[in-house]
Design a protein around this ligand. Structure first.
Ligand code: ADP
Ligand code: MG
Length: 243
């Protein structure tokens, strides 16, 4: 299979604090990978390094065969291939739902407003939010806001979607609707990288689960292995604490 992203020897330090230590990690086209691990283990930093919200301290990020950490590389162009969904939805409260999904397409992808609206409507439909095109984000529940945030990211038609704990800020009764949408996306062949504490969800949707511990990938494998037959003691201990 073809790797979309291939990370080699990735390091990230904040001052003297080594947060990511020699990470080797790749994602194949169409693969759904969940990243689990304790708070502080480096999951968000890994995602933020992948989309260059953080500058790695060392290593390589190979995307479509090119090392994007190479100083010659166009970081801005690279970023367009990645969609990101955060714990906090970061919607523009001064724009309605439709416009939230349109502005990036027009500004960054230079699509016409008409084209952008067509694309936005398609993805708002995918997340079940097409009746809310004229609503202000302020009128929406947390689950609805997160679904709009997902539609906004999808509207940019990225190669890979990165999710950083997309349901952690939600009231419990809203987690399900967001996970349902993500499950549908996972089934559609989208390449997804998901940091999550939702173990049942990770077990169900992932092709592969990565367990991070103290800045390293302690274990990775199919959900069956990680959740039912972990090979490492620290994976077992983490799961015992979580489940
Ligand atoms: P996780 O997402 O697994 O909870 P993070 O990647 O957010 O972990 O954080 C890993 C470690 O890096 C933590 O010890 C955190 O305090 C530290 N860290 C993260 N971001 C910064 C930053 N901008 N400056 C300094 N330390 C940071
Ligand atoms: Mg985090």
């Amino acid at each position: 299979m073809e790797n979309v992203i291939d990370i080699q020897h990735l390091n990230k330090s904040f001052g003297t604090h080594e947060v990511l230590k020699d990470i080797d990690f790749s994602v194949e086209k169409g693969e759904v990978v969940s990243i689990i691990g304790s708070s502080g283990s480096g999951k968000s930093t890994l995602l933020r390094c992948i989309n260059l919200l953080e500058k790695p301290s060392g290593g390589q990020i190979i995307y479509n065969g090119e090392n994007i950490l190479d100083s010659k590389h166009d970081i801005f162009a690279y970023r367009q291939n990645l969609g990101m969904v955060f714990q906090q939805f970061n919607l523009f409260n001064n724009h309605n739902v439709l416009k939230n999904c349109v502005v990036g397409q027009v500004k960054v992808l230079k699509r016409s407003k008409e084209e952008a609206e067509k694309v936005a409507l398609k993805y708002l439909d995918v997340v079940g939010m097409s009746q809310y095109v004229n609503a202000s984000p302020k009128q929406l529940s947390g689950g609805q806001k997160q679904r709009v945030a997902i539609a906004r990211a999808l509207s940019m038609e990225p190669d890979v979607m990165l999710f950083d704990e997309p349901t952690s800020a939600l009231d419990p009764e809203m987690v399900g609707e967001v996970l349902r949408v993500m499950k549908e996306l996972a089934g559609s062949g989208l390449t997804m990288l998901i940091v999550t504490h939702e173990m049942e969800f990770a077990k169900e949707v992932s092709d592969r689960v990565v367990f991070m511990d103290k800045g390293v990938i302690a274990e990775e494998g199919p959900p069956e292995q990680i959740f039912n037959h972990p090979k490492q003691d620290r994976t077992r201990e983490f799961l015992k604490r979580t489940l």
